[in-house]
Ligand binder design. Structure first.
Ligand SMILES: Cc1cc2nc3c(=O)[nH]c(=O)nc-3n(C[C@H](O)[C@H](O)[C@H](O)COP(=O)(O)OP(=O)(O)OC[C@H]3O[C@@H](n4cnc5c(N)ncnc54)[C@H](O)[C@@H]3O)c2cc1C
Length: 454
């Protein structure tokens, strides 16, 4: 049986675990990262689908306030470039048919103004939610007892505004709004700033910037700095712990001894590890109630980005069809056109089960409605499912339904003796995003370093 020892054992080589390990190393302590998969990156996955053409099956963008990610990319020598955003978005909502952005905004001006009223109300409520302790918000009990969807329904919005609000929210949470509590939605808004940031109404949304060479460059370069401190294909099954010591056992027999462990995986997967002594009932109940959401991405490749010449930006927002949203995801310096369609929440659950060819056909029909007949002649199609992946089991992140934050939320990030928790799901700034993963990794590492050195 192989054995290793280190000061700090890190479970998971997603960006959160890698950043945690690097922070530990920089403090002069020894980390050891144990990764279940045969690659690093977790929810970040860049894949070459045609010679010279890569797509992001996982995380793709950062936004202007993702300061940690900008700093990390600069430090690792990964350049960034702006997301293409010239032209109009194509809308298909409330049975009004396909309308270009200006026509849509003109036709529904009053309804969209009313939607702003609701967004400002959400911002005001979210401002009362402490991101590190949502359960302590003055109205936490009230807001945690109602779903975001029920609260939306009660705002008196016209159908077009209600549909747009649902699509934008599901675009963030990747579950229907009836599956999360209002408190969880407000927490999400608060960790990202305001709804304008979250729903990308303005400059500074979460999707302004991409990475040259693909997002995968970030975990790959972090891993290169940790070469001797990283073991792949090492799924952690058991963590035995006391106040000052941990023994971490992997499938395959590797046993790692350390002084602390940072578990940098989503709460649902953390709940599948065996702990000895067992964790508290509250902590286990939390991990039983922290389901990872459902999203998948589908990419169409064309000989050129033909929609640009027609004044379109490659984005659609639609309540009809398998995808609710799309983006232009062409690569700089490459003539080919690439459109990404998002399947989120119920769309991912339903169409994700369809045979791939049927899914492609349904998505193609939707693209043709919005971007014209040339959209029906792609050179390539690729999509990526995440719930089937054993070491992710859904994305983008964990969402909490009613009463979870107020009953069990206090156990989400609280260390248990020598065990500390990371992963984006535990972050208090841009939780669910790479930015949050970095923040959580740094936070857990700094706490552990402090404990070990002092
Ligand atoms: C389709 C998709 C699109 C996204 N788009 C964006 C985007 O545009 N911008 C953005 O900022 N974020 C985006 N995200 C979210 C972003 O990817 C995550 O927030 C971030 O990558 C999470 O990093 P993490 O380290 O916290 O977790 P993970 O990436 O999940 O890392 C956890 C690691 O632990 C490993 N692991 C699991 N169980 C075990 C075990 N028992 N033992 C050992 N190892 C284990 C996993 O294999 C994985 O490598 C997207 C995610 C997906 C999937």
């Amino acid at each position: 049986m192989a054995s290793r020892s280190a000061d700090v054992i890190v479970v998971g080589a997603g960006i959160s675990g890698l950043v945690a390990a690097r922070t530990v190393l920089q403090a002069g302590l020894t980390p050891l990262v144990l990764e279940a998969d045969t690659r690093v990156g977790g929810r970040i996955l860049t894949e070459e689908v045609l010679p010279g053409l890569s797509v992001e099956l996982g995380a793709q963008w950062i936004g202007d306030t993702h300061h940690r990610m900008f700093a990390l990319a600069a430090e690792l020598g990964v350049d960034t470039y702006p997301q293409y955003d010239d032209g109009e978005t194509s809308y298909e909502l409330a049975g009004a048919g396909v309308l270009r952005e200006k026509a849509f905004h003109t036709r529904f001006a009053a309804e969209l103004a009313d939607l702003q009223r609701v967004l400002r109300r959400l911002d005001a409520l979210a401002a009362e939610v402490p991101p590190d302790a949502p359960w302590s918000a003055p109205h936490a009990a009230e807001w945690d007892a109602v779903t975001a969807g029920a609260w939306y329904d009660a705002q008196g919005l016209a159908p077009v505004a209600r549909e747009l609000l649902e699509i934008c929210t599901v675009g963030i949470l990747a579950v229907p709004t009836v599956e999360v509590s209002l408190l969880h939605l407000l927490f999400t808004i608060q960790t990202c700033g305001v709804t304008a940031e979250l729903f990308a109404e303005s400059e500074g949304g979460a999707q302004t910037t991409r990475f040259t060479g693909g997002t995968g460059e970030i975990p790959n370069r972090l891993a290169a700095q940790l070469s001797d401190h990283l073991v792949l294909d090492a799924p952690v099954q058991l963590i035995e712990h006391s106040a000052e010591h941990v023994t971490v056992t992997c499938r395959g027999g590797l046993v790692a001894q350390g002084r602390r462990v940072i578990v940098a995986i989503s709460p649902a997967l953390a709940g599948r590890i065996m702990y000895d002594p067992p964790l508290s009932g509250d902590r286990d109940q939390l991990t039983q109630r922290a389901p990872n959401a459902s999203a998948m991405k589908a990419f169409f490749v064309y000989d050129e980005p033909f929609w640009r010449a027609e004044g379109l930006n490659g984005q659609l927002i639609s309540s009809d069809g398998p995808a609710r949203m799309s983006n232009d995801t062409c690569l700089p310096g490459d003539d080919r056109g690439v459109v990404l369609l998002f399947l989120e929440g119920d769309q991912a659950r339903t169409y994700g089960r369809w045979p791939r060819a049927d899914r492609q056909a349904a998505l193609t029909a939707e693209l043709v409605r919005h971007f014209g007949p040339r959209a029906g002649r792609p050179e390539a199609y690729v999509d990526g499912e995440w719930t089937d992946r054993q070491w992710t089991r859904g994305c983008y992140n964990a969402n909490f339904g009613p009463l979870v934050w107020t009953t069990y939320g206090h156990t989400l990030a609280a260390p248990v003796g020598a065990i500390h928790w990371a992963s984006t799901d535990t972050a208090i700034r841009w939780s669910a995003y790479m930015e949050g993963a970095v923040e959580a990794g740094e936070r857990a590492a700094l706490a552990v370093i402090d404990e070990v050195l002092n």
